[in-house]
Design a binder for this molecule. Sequence first.
Ligand code: PMP
Length: 394
Amino acid sequence: MSLLEKLDAAAAARKAQLPEGIGAFGIPIEESYSATEARIGKRRVLMLGTNNYLGLSFAPECREAAHQAIDQEGTGTTGSRMANGNYYGHRALEREFAEFYKYRECIVFTTGYQANLGTISGLVGAGDIVLIDGDAHASIYDGCILSGADIIRFRHNDPADLEKRLRRLGDRSRNTLIIIEGIYSMLGDQAPLAEIVQIKNTYQSTLLLDEAHSLGVLGETGQGLVEKTGMNDEIDFITGTFSKSLCGIGGFCVSNHPQLDQLRYVSHPYIFTASPSPATIASTRAALKLLQEGRLLRERLWQNAHRLYSSLEKSGYRLGPQPGPIVAILLDNPRQALTLWNGLMEHDIYVNLVLPPAAPEGKSLVRCSINAAHTTEQIDQVCDVFSKLHPIVA
Ligand code: PMP
């Protein structure tokens, strides 16, 4: 089969999986009105499928900072951090992230995806081992492939399985990078961090924690699961993204290990790509301040999350294992998930549809994400619609 025929075959397989579902992916958002409302086609919809956890996408401080940066520094850096693209703002943001986590080093990358690719492929290589959670995000998996290290998956959120696999490795456990997430992107559950830290210490491995979905969401100052569990002195590397609670685009890695700085010289996803634009750096710096001061936003977010989770549970939906800003509804098959997704759209509610292979273990999901800007009335409206729709998927 030629290369193009293979793509045709993949397209045919996708259509065959769910012919009427094609339009649900990559649906155009025609206009964004606020952190919670947008227009899709002719519908004004309530957005319940964004990663805008603190509701900062229209924060005046961030917009103002971005405008100023464009006026003063232009639209793009036109180069890599290693060459002409290393601006004052990139370095300032690195200092601010390091101070925020009280860690010694920070590297800013162009996306969260590249933060994982760049950190993992810079840390491990052929002959080393990566032990990754079974539900790890694609950016983690791709970073492992790029690194050339041996990849082993342990059962999702199962410290006993992790330990069993480390034990089997013998001395090689010292050359092992364990990779987990603070909040898992599909089911919204949190890692058993304290237990995993204990195991990594016993086996003298290295631990990388991706706080993409937990930054801004967990912990007194919003550092993530690391802060919630008081594990700040125990984590070797923390990665995260600007594209969720910070409402920008870019990513970071922080560490207390001085060696992190070396990654700048070996990590292709850092070197061979243009640096983030001045506007995104400026808005992210402003958002990071709001995030740290955002205790009330976090409270609001969690009130909303608990309200939705308990209402959906009462309506009889099968949900992800624990309440949080990501509420995943588990359906029996792709068709059922699409039926619910369409039903919600007909009631002007946008959520994410997640079908195999994107969801773990071949699951079909309707995935809601809540933010701090949702009003109680909006959450109640969503709960009502879900309750009415339950019979169509029961
Ligand atoms: N890590 C995790 C756990 C993610 O869910 C994502 C994005 N969904 C990323 C990293 C990549 O971040 P970005 O989209 O900002 O590149």
